[in-house]
Design a binder for this molecule. Structure first.
Ligand code: CP
Ligand code: NVA
Length: 301
């Protein structure tokens, strides 16, 4: 049987995604039980990081250890991948030695090429196009605090980036409505928007996206790899800060999320970031639980 991969949220069915979220919630509620040490004994995860990370690295590494296995951190600086060894050759060799692979890289095509030659499951830990693991944590956080996200109104404020594009996939898989507020020229991929017309709309005014929303989400204005555009982007996104102005027009029990790292005073106000009742820290923690549930799913699928 060929391995199941998790390159985007579309790789799992809506029912499978729901069960991963439910399992993540169960694992969180029973940290010493629920498969601790027994799901992946002696299994090894290879983690390829071509971009920086705090949460993704620590949550996968800690998660594998908690499931009874081990994770290897592989950076292009110390591997032959960084010296030009083809992705396909690397995939064949690595997948003959480890049980599961996680990749954070630039081009989404790289994880697709790797997965095509891998005998073991491949997880996308962020590409320029998608960040599906973060969406598992985001949906888990919403479910924990507000119940099912089905039929809810979600507002995306800011760049039409990898996170925004994963929200588009999430709208489809978890069945919610998504209003994206972004400046002209910073829209998500047109094919994704078109494929989800009916549940995904693009507006210019962040107030229009936020009105009545049950969830507001944002992310940095300049993603990894876009550092040179920082200044230009800061000007384009000046009116796109997730702050009280937006929360005030949202649904009365709205929550807001940020995948982190955050820039207070840019895409999110310091007031919202540091609010005592923010669920952003739960969202970050949920990376651990959601990915443990995902690893279990992929290793047993
Ligand atoms: N949210 C997220 O993926 O964080 P890291 O870049 O720290 O992994
Ligand atoms: N859009 C951001 C997400 C970081 C977790 C980036 O790609 O840098």
């Amino acid at each position: 049987m060929t391995a199941r991969h998790f390159l985007t949220l579309l790789d799992l069915s809506p029912g499978e995604l729901e069960s991963v979220i439910a399992r993540a919630i169960a694992m969180k509620a029973d940290p010493q039980g629920a498969g601790r040490g027994t799901i992946a004994p002696n299994r090894v995860m290879g983690m390829i990081f071509e971009k920086s990370s705090t949460r993704t690295r620590v949550s996968f590494e800690a998660g594998m250890t908690q499931l009874g296995g081990h994770a290897l951190f592989l950076s292009p600086r110390d591997t032959q991948l960084g010296r030009g060894e083809p992705v396909e050759d690397t995939a064949r060799v690595l997948s003959s030695m480890v049980d599961i692979v996680m990749i954070r890289t630039f081009a989404h095509a790289m994880v697709q090429r790797f997965a095509a030659c891998s005998r073991v499951p491949v997880i996308n830990g962020l590409t320029d196009d998608f960040h599906p693991c973060q969406l598992l944590a985001d949906v888990q956080t919403f479910v924990e605090h507000r119940g099912s996200i089905r039929g809810k109104q979600v507002a995306w404020i800011g760049d039409g980036n990898n996170m925004c594009q994963s929200y588009i996939n999430a709208a489809r898989q978890f069945d919610f409505e998504l209003r994206i507020a972004c400046p002209g020229g910073y829209e998500p991929r047109e094919d994704l928007v078109r494929a989800n017309a009916g549940r995904v709309t693009i507006v210019r005014d962040p107030l229009d996206a936020s009105r009545g929303a049950h969830l507001l989400a944002t992310d940095v204005w300049a993603s990894m790899g876009q550092e040179a555009e920082q200044e230009k982007r800061a000007a384009a996104f000046a009116n796109y800060q997730l702050d009280h102005r937006l929360l005030d027009v949202a649904a009365p029990d709205a929550i807001y999320l940020h995948c982190l790292p955050a820039h207070r005073g840019e895409e999110i106000s310091a007031e919202l970031m540091d609010a005592p009742d923010t669920v952003i820290w739960d969202e970050a923690e949920n990376r651990l639980h959601a990915q443990k549930a995902l690893i279990e799913f992929l290793l047993t699928a």
